[in-house]
Design a protein around this ligand. Structure first.
Ligand code: GLN
Length: 304
């Protein structure tokens, strides 16, 4: 398979969608990003790599960080994690409050904001230096020590994070989180603020694509079965209320973020990351989804 040629074809084919959608502007710092950018990078378990566009430009990974916090929480808590968070698709927006109220403060899954805020709380409880430990893990899994938080983005999100604050308050009322609400929110926003490029993200997601490789990064250890289960949750919950559409169009487990990034895996074959800031109404990258749909259509490779 000539992935370089395929990616170059895709890059051409998605151009008609270049102005569709709009970047996230509810986080003031993200509103400053040039929306007309696109990058894509694929890495196979055989060591092949291909990329197009701004594959080396770093962007705010936002909710893609939830996959990494899930890996950490599962390694630390094992199956007892599921006493606090469910693993069913939500069918609701990433920042929805309604379901959380009805279900008495137990988030449907780790990839909606409520679930990730609970994971932030667990990490605060269990880690000695949560900020340093999370960053060390991300750097180890991506094999790159220059990856960092963007504290301006985190502070900017906190300054208008009313909905996430409401979610955290609801969780606290139901005793699903233990730590101080403000501390939990700050740490949640900080994890979302990590910046990585498509190349770095796709290399990081190789750890999930190849569950037969030992998962042991900065002391965070998962069994092959735990890695496969993270992939199952990616498949069912990675795109919120668009998870069905993403499965239908693309057919790979993946995770999106409002920075416009998507990371997806084809188990035992490859990890791919794509980035373009313009989002659809569900908060997922328009060109990103289109590019991945073309990738699995052209290669005739998907999990289905
Ligand atoms: N930090 C963002 C938020 O909480 C993450 C959302 C996302 O990427 N879908 O709203």
């Amino acid at each position: 398979m000539d992935y370089q040629e395929i990616l170059e074809d895709i890059y051409q084919a998605i151009q008609p969608y270049a102005k569709e959608g709009k970047q996230a502007d509810y986080i003031p710092e993200l509103a400053k990003v040039n929306p007309d950018q696109f990058g894509m990078c694929i890495n196979t378990i055989y060591g092949e790599t291909a990329s197009v566009g701004a594959a080396d430009t770093r962007f705010s990974i936002q909710s893609i960080s939830k996959v990494l916090s899930l890996a950490m929480c599962l390694s630390i808590k094992g199956d007892s994690l599921w006493e606090r968070i469910g693993k069913e698709p939500s069918g609701t927006a990433f920042n929805s409050l309604v379901q959380l109220e009805i279900e008495k403060g137990i988030p449907r899954n780790p990839f909606i904001n409520a679930g990730a805020i609970v994971m932030a709380d667990l990490l605060l409880t269990h880690l000695e230096n949560p900020e340093d430990d999370f960053l060390r893990f991300v750097r180890a899994v991506a094999g790159n020590d220059t990856i960092d938080y963007n504290r301006d983005v985190a502070a900017s999100e906190r300054s208008c994070g009313y909905l996430n604050a409401a979610i955290a308050n609801m969780l606290k009322y139901h005793k699903t989180i233990d730590n101080d609400i403000e501390r939990v929110l700050q740490f949640y926003f900080l994890m979302c603020s990590i910046e990585m490029s498509c190349r770095e993200l796709s290399l990081a997601f190789m750890a999930f694509a190849n569950h037969r490789r030992k998962f042991d990064y900065a002391g965070i250890i998962l069994t092959p079965s735990q890695v496969k289960r993270i992939n199952a949750i990616l498949q069912t919950c990675g795109f919120y209320d668009e998870a069905g559409e993403f499965a239908y169009l693309v057919g790979l487990p993946g995770k999106s973020g409002v920075g416009g990034g998507i990371a997806a895996i084809y188990p035992l074959q490859y990890a791919v990351a794509v980035w373009s800031p313009r989002l659809n109404s569900k908060g997922n990258s328009v060109m990103g989804i289109k590019a991945l749909e073309l990738l699995t259509s052209q290669t005739k490779e998907s999990i289905f």
